[in-house]
Design a protein around this ligand. Structure first.
Ligand SMILES: O=c1[nH]c(=O)c2[nH]c(=O)[nH]c2[nH]1
Length: 288
């Protein structure tokens, strides 16, 4: 039996870069968390400790800061593409680059240089490049988009076995924190416009779908995104079911007509799924 080296990659995780754009006295803030992961001719560093092929993770981190200064931080996906292409095009030993980005929102308070952190929602992007003449793929997305419908949600007709205690319901709260990623067909979208529209589609479908399960809502949300955005071919979603249980107020002589709930934080159902067009090209390496 031989023991061999399997797939590997290396990089710098959680590079927190804040870029202040100073347009005259009026400032704009971009606040990113960037991860860079590279792979290529890395057998020797693992097998013999020869580092000749290694572009250090320290250099990767420095490159992110230098690019933020040199190019500014434009659209999230564009900044990711710039970095990913740089690593594979400038280093003969690096064949694949993956750049993961999260962006935190700062909203203007008043005046030119005061900001308040926006909601918990985070915009995300993942860029994968095999070199400018190789395959490239881009995923856009978001996480922690927390939404709630206070009615318009039912759940009944499910399997009952000897361990089932859940009561069927025709009216419940449906709440979740959406994590979603969507795959672009190409690499030259109007990224910000596409992101805003996909986010609106997710929210619109959540709000207007009369839900018989979170699974059905998930599918409706993915369908809405792909139906409205031809530049996209696949949506992957992960949605915790943020359970809200009706409190029994009978001991206090009160009824509870879907008004008072206990918001449980754990355990929670976790509903995950992919929605894709039937002509979607094979899933590229961006997902992995
Ligand atoms: O929308 C739901 N889907 C389920 O699969 C499920 N299971 C459960 O206990 N509650 C719910 N709700």
């Amino acid at each position: 039996m031989a023991i061999v080296l399997g797939p590997n990659r290396y990089g710098k995780a959680e590079i927190r870069v804040v870029r202040v754009a100073r347009d005259g006295g009026t400032h704009r803030i971009r606040d990113l968390n960037v991860g860079v992961f590279l792979s290529g001719d890395m057998d020797e560093v693992h097998l013999s400790g020869d580092n000749a092929a290694v572009l250090t993770t320290d250099t990767q981190k420095n490159t992110v800061f230098a690019f933020a200064k040199k190019h500014g931080i434009g659209e999230l996906e564009e900044f990711g593409l710039l970095l990913a292409r740089h690593f594979v095009d400038s280093q003969p030993t690096i064949h694949h680059a993956r750049v993961q980005l999260e962006e935190y929102q700062w909203d203007r308070i008043t005046g030119p240089h005061s900001f308040v952190r926006g909601g918990t929602e985070v915009r995300t992007a993942v860029v994968h490049s095999d070199g400018s003449d190789g395959a490239e793929s881009v995923l856009s997305g978001l996480k922690d988009l927390t939404v709630l419908n206070s009615t318009g949600s039912e759940f009944h007709g499910f399997v009952r076995d000897e361990f089932t205690t859940l009561e069927p319901t025709n009216d419940r709260i449906l709440a979740t924190a959406v994590t979603a990623q969507w795959r672009h067909r190409g690499t030259d979208s109007n990224w910000d416009e596409s992101y805003a529209a996909a986010r609106e589609a997710l929210l619109g479908a959540f709000a207007t779908t009369h839900s018989r399960s979170l699974q059905q809502t998930l599918y409706a949300m993915g369908r809405r995104v792909l139906g409205e955005r031809p530049e996209l071919c696949e949506v992957r979603m992960s949605m915790p079911n943020k359970h809200h249980f009706l409190v029994d107020l009978e001991p206090f002589g009160m009824d509870n007509d879907n008004e008072v709930y206990f918001a449980a934080d754990r355990p929670y159902g976790l509903i995950e799924g992919t929605v894709l067009t039937d002509d979607a090209p094979d899933a590229p390496s961006a997902w992995t």
